[in-house]
Design a protein around this ligand. Structure first.
Ligand SMILES: O=P(O)(O)OC[C@H]1O[C@](O)(COP(=O)(O)O)[C@@H](O)[C@@H]1O
Ligand SMILES: [Mg+2]
Ligand SMILES: [Mg+2]
Length: 334
């Protein structure tokens, strides 16, 4: 009989391998897990408790917020600001870094998060998620924006929770990627997917085709290859998927391979890219690379980008190695 390993047991085992570990990191992750369990419960109950629909307010992204964008943001903040493990937080839904109230102790980590990813899907009962990234910070200080602007390669940990048919947490601390399924009966995340690996090749691409006329030539060329399949330069036919929830598209790629593109486009020159570096592209980049895939802007490795602002946007091309490499070649060829 194979034993069910809980996420907590898994983290403590990992911690045992680090002689200098103080346990703070494991406790911090457990607080994040508690917050996501609360979010899972809310998302699952939806209209039963009146949390669907628009909040009629606008965030710094210029997007009209959903009620659940705000509710999930507050759950993350209230579950984590008192714990003593964090020096500061930053959220997609809040303009500036979130200060830890003076009455609470300050810790040595920074948490950046997208409390509700795929929010355009929440009212139509499709998969959504929470994405988070953990960085180190000077201890016992009120960090300023500069303290957050670290390259993705500096991340200590990255993860996301997918609120789909089952609730799953995908996690990396730089030692591979593991996924845990929430056992609703006992309220525990159970290790169900060990050391996830992305196949190097794929015949499945994901992109929002409605933006095609606004893409750059290298992306036009690659998608043309996919659409034409073996009538074109490819030796195979491709299938297409687009869930419009980054968490769900990435989980599919972790499970069966694929390539995801949210490239630069000319729709709105002031916003040439859609996805945010600090709490979408960097955590997903860390996870994808740890699972043997690649994550690029088309021109450079996402984890090498020196951020210049908390809500900075970047083009994102990630997934199966050989496909991302071909797209990068097309960018080099111009
Ligand atoms: O609506 P579009 O243009 O297809 O964009 C979908 C993308 O936007 C996002 O929903 C943006 O994330 P948020 O929902 O957190 O703002 C991604 O999850 C998804 O990949
Ligand atoms: Mg998002
Ligand atoms: Mg969001």
């Amino acid at each position: 009989m194979s034993h069910k390993i809980t996420l907590t047991q898994f983290l403590i085992e990992q911690q045992r391998g680090l002689p200098d570990a103080s346990g703070t990191f494991t406790l911090l992750l457990n607080n994040i897990v508690t917050a996501c369990k609360k979010i899972s419960h809310l998302v699952n109950r939806g209209e039963l408790i009146g949390v669907l629909g628009s909040a009629e307010s606008e965030n710094i992204q210029g997007e009209i917020q959903k009620k659940l964008d705000i509710i999930t943001n507050d759950i993350m903040v209230n579950e984590l600001n008192w714990t003593g493990h964090l020096a500061g937080m930053a959220s997609e839904e809040i303009d500036d870094p979130i200060k830890i109230p003076d009455q609470y102790p300050k810790g040595k980590y920074l948490l950046l998060f997208d409390p509700l990813d795929g929010s355009s899907n929440i009212d139509v009962n499709l998969a959504v998620g929470t994405i988070f990234s953990i960085l180190r910070c000077r201890e016992g200080i009120h960090p300023d924006v500069q303290d957050f602007l670290q390259k993705g390669a500096e991340q200590v940990c990255a993860g996301f929770v997918l609120y789909g048919p089952s609730t799953m947490m995908v996690l990396t601390t730089g030692h591979g990627v593991n996924a845990f399924t929430l056992d609703q009966d006992i309220g525990e995340f159970i290790l169900t997917h060990c050391n996830m690996q992305i196949p190097e090749t794929t015949s499945e691409f994901a992109i929002n085709m409605s933006n095609q006329r606004f893409w750059e030539a290298p992306v036009q060329r690659y998608i043309e290859d996919c659409v034409r399949g073996n009538d074109g330069v490819s030796d195979k036919n491709y299938n297409m998927r687009w869930i419009a929830s980054l968490v769900a598209d990435v989980y599919r790629i972790l499970t069966r391979g694929g390539v995801f593109l949210y490239p630069l486009d000319t729709r709105n020159p002031s916003k040439p890219a859609k996805l945010r570096l600090m709490y979408e592209a960097n955590p997903m980049g860390f996870i994808i690379e740890q699972a043997g895939g690649l994550c690029s802007t088309g021109r450079e490795r996402i984890l090498n980008i020196k951020p210049d602002s908390i809500h900075q946007r970047v083009p994102v091309i990630l997934g199966s190695k050989q496909e991302v490499e071909r797209i990068m070649q097309y960018h080099q060829q111009g």
